[in-house]
Design a protein around this ligand. Sequence first.
Ligand SMILES: NC(=O)c1ccc[n+]([C@@H]2O[C@H](COP(=O)([O-])OP(=O)(O)OC[C@H]3O[C@@H](n4cnc5c(N)ncnc54)[C@H](O)[C@@H]3O)[C@@H](O)[C@H]2O)c1
Length: 387
Amino acid sequence: MVLGVIGAGAMGSGIAQVAAQIGWDVIMYDLSKEQLSKSEQALEQTAKKLVEKGKWDPDDASKILARVKYVDSYSPMSACGLIIEAIVENLEVKKKVFTELEAHVRPDCILASNTSSLSIASIAGALKLPARALGIHFFNPAPVMPLVEIIPSVQTAPETTARAEKWIADWKKVGVIAKDTPGFIVNRVARPFYSESIRIYEEGWASFAEIDAALKKYGRFRMGPFELMDFIGNDVNYAVTESVFHAFYFDPRYRPSFTQKRHVEAGWLGRKSGRGYYSYGSEPREDVVMGGARGEQIMRRVVLMLMNEAIDAVFWNVASPKDIDLAMKRGVNYPKGLLAWADEWGLEDVLRGLEQLQAEYGEDRYRPSPLLRKMVREGARFFPVED
Ligand SMILES: NC(=O)c1ccc[n+]([C@@H]2O[C@H](COP(=O)([O-])OP(=O)(O)OC[C@H]3O[C@@H](n4cnc5c(N)ncnc54)[C@H](O)[C@@H]3O)[C@@H](O)[C@H]2O)c1
């Protein structure tokens, strides 16, 4: 099989590596020749490192490198059965690229976008054959993160989705099907990890370091929210929050925060700018110990909001409970699936916790999902009790 990749940036290069590793030929296109050669050099460097570490056999490494061809026009894309676009996150530019690309591809070629936040229906709408389009959303870095969200739009043919599912499984990735709604699964369900933590800080409950420590100690998250935002980049994380908030018609649950906005305005973007919520100078950061009731309360409030978001995603049929839990574990390394975790706490307890927050603040932001109320009423749970 031949994969076409449009956009040789961070994601396109990673996706090309994933496909070449399992034996697909890859044709990589970018508007910028400089970016194409950077991508080629980056893959060579990766191969060198993996051979040195003994993870790749030298012969296999040369075969993998030889499978990727770098081109500066769309015409070679006529060989592809699947093309994944990973260019700049701009709807107009993406639509233009899809329209132009379609003139060069076979009628049975599937066209996918790796967009994180744009609607697949709007991208597919630029095509003469929209039934061949869908979202195939990898996580960064694509060769490392197992999760891939597969997003059919209203126009996507069932056969297109079925073929994409098979290919993602062939690539040894964990595919989950998500509805074409803002943020798909992960970028929607994860929002409270950041926003509720920032709110706790804004209310003066605890410092960035204390909140991070509480979530790591009591929630067993690998990184705290502030460390993670600094790692992702506050500019990138803020842009996703704002785009999800707009796309949900300003639902208060997704409202961005002034704290993060001010950090972006100040140029405190995180690791990449040397300063975010933390400073990334030569001095090691002091470890904060977060013990006792306050730490547990902080963790509980953030996790309650995450659980509510995951439950609401089930309510709105964004994905199945199994896929939502899988997505959070394999796309963003959550220690547990949020729905299984809610079962473990007891749905009644989760509902009570959210109702207390809603009563305390009087805000719609804390409204429990209607599905949670219904399940509590019926004594239901998401997954059967394990033996
Ligand atoms: N970076 C992430 O963490 C991440 C994760 C998942 C999805 N995404 C999505 O993947 C896409 C790419 O993101 P990225 O981080 O790889 O970006 P990037 O900036 O690293 O790369 C984008 C590449 O697209 C090229 N490009 C721009 N316009 C083009 C055009 N008209 N034709 C061909 N090439 C063009 C640029 O030269 C650049 O090489 C975006 O839609 C983004 O939202 C990003």
